[in-house]
Design a protein around this ligand. Structure first.
Ligand code: GLA
Length: 423
């Protein structure tokens, strides 16, 4: 057996990464970018499948992020006047490509290939016209360009990301958020963070075609280091709740099962539809409006379980926040595990790999564990005593091997800083 590395967080030096990205940008496009922006992925501590039911969530930003170097195309200036060889704007600032062309390049391609590129003209942008990862920045352009009084000019963008793809850690939302914060700054749009969250959600729903809620973008945009974001997905009111995991001798481990999921596939949408049917049958606009004593007996058995999950999950979020406010970090463990049970049995979005990760982490000493994100694959999280982190990682890895499954990726995460400009 090869010696194992201790579980620790990857040390990402954002400034050095941004400098390297700028260098590669200059190499690729022949000039420096206007700036570099970063947007983190997220882990949802608790509050799953509640966001699109106007419920409560408690995610935090992780120290893995997408980074985008961006340069707006310069206005080519008016055409040369008669007899004038070189009109204003001629020279370095003059772009040969149309002013409405967007050039995208990424060192981050879901298939792991090298530099992947996409190019489109903004007026021709429609859902379905940009395939693959390019749909995320393109969706943001599409939504911003449709705002009253906003005309997005062409630009060049080079992307990289340390958020693993398909792991349920919001790699795609990180790309959307990096794009929106960059364009908001460069175009002086003055959008606030909740507005940017709404717009990137629209990009995801209307352009990418995934019927997801607003949690992931909000976490990337509004979370802060050392805290979880307690968000009311109805009002978008938020509170930063301190999450001093390390100070309490604990670590949050992510267990990426390597089972890929997609929210554009049927399962996620089917759960959402089921919640909407349940609310309608109970005479409510959303599940948030269903009163506590409501009789779920009028629903069919499956819909009743879906509704029961969402309502009990909202209560667990409130209880988690209460315990964290009281400084009882260890005490949230049982709530995390109860959330998993509810997602597995009532909402039915877990899978055997996620259940195995949760069960073995708990057996090896985790104080709580659950799947995180939309489910059907992706990652679980385990709250573990720091001294047992390596042991938990080993036991989970061995259990996957014994079950003949692909080795999971197990790593620690800490609540990191939300999106912003790096240089
Ligand atoms: C995905 C979606 C979120 C949320 C979660 C489930 O991550 O993008 O909006 O619905 O699933 O809680």
């Amino acid at each position: 057996m090869t010696p194992r590395q201790a579980v620790r967080r990857p040390g990402h030096d954002d400034a050095a990464r941004a400098e390297e990205l700028s260098r590669r940008f200059a190499e690729l496009y022949g000039h420096a970018p206007d700036g570099v922006w970063r947007a983190p992925g997220r882990v949802n501590l608790i509050g799953e499948h509640t966001d699109y039911n106007e419920g409560l969530v408690l995610p935090f930003a992780i120290d893995r992020s997408a980074m985008a170097a961006v340069r707006l195309r310069r206005d080519p200036g008016p055409a040369p006047e008669h007899g004038q060889e070189h009109g204003p704007g001629h020279g370095e600032e003059r772009e040969p490509a149309g002013h409405d062309v967007v050039d995208l390049a990424s060192t981050w391609a879901p298939d792991g290939s090298g530099l992947s590129r996409a190019r489109f003209r903004i007026p021709q942008l429609r859902p379905g016209t940009v395939p693959g990862w390019g749909a995320y920045p393109a969706g943001v352009v599409h939504v911003l360009d449709g705002l009253d009084g906003v005309e997005v000019p062409g630009f060049e963008l080079l992307l990289d990301s340390t958020v693993p793809v398909g792991a349920g850690l919001s790699s795609s939302h990180a790309v959307e958020v990096a794009t929106v914060v960059a364009l908001n700054d460069l175009l002086g749009l003055g959008l606030d963070r909740p507005e940017m969250a709404r717009l990137t959600q629209r990009a995801e729903n209307e352009f990418v075609g995934a019927p997801t809620g607003i949690m992931d973008q909000s976490a990337s945009l509004r979370a802060r280091a050392g805290a979880a974001l307690f968000l009311d997905c109805r009002s978008l009111e938020a509170e930063l709740v301190p999450l001093p995991v390390a100070e309490h001798g604990l670590t949050v481990l992510v267990i990426d099962t390597k089972v890929a999921h997609s929210h554009a596939d049927g399962g996620y949408g089917a759960r959402r539809a089921s919640c909407e049917r349940g609310a309608a049958a109970l005479g409510a606009a959303t599940l948030r409006d269903v009163p506590d004593g409501a009789d779920l007996g009028v629903l069919d058995e499956e819909t009743a379980r879906r509704v029961r999950h969402v309502r009990s999950e909202n209560r667990r979020v409130l209880e988690t926040v209460t315990r964290l406010r009281a400084g009882d970090v260890r005490g949230i463990g049982t709530l995390l595990t109860a959330s998993h049970t509810s997602l597995r049995d009532d909402f039915e979005v877990s899978c055997p790999e996620l259940d195995l990760a949760v069960d073995t982490a708990l057996a090896a000493g985790a104080v709580g564990a659950r799947m995180t994100g939309g489910g059907f694959g992706g990652s679980a999280i385990a709250l573990v005593p720091a001294a047992r982190a390596d042991r938990v990682r080993d036991v989970v890895t061995e259990a996957f091997a014994a079950a003949g499954l692909r080795a999971p990726d197990v790593f620690a995460v800490a609540p990191g800083e939300g999106a912003g400009r790096v240089r």
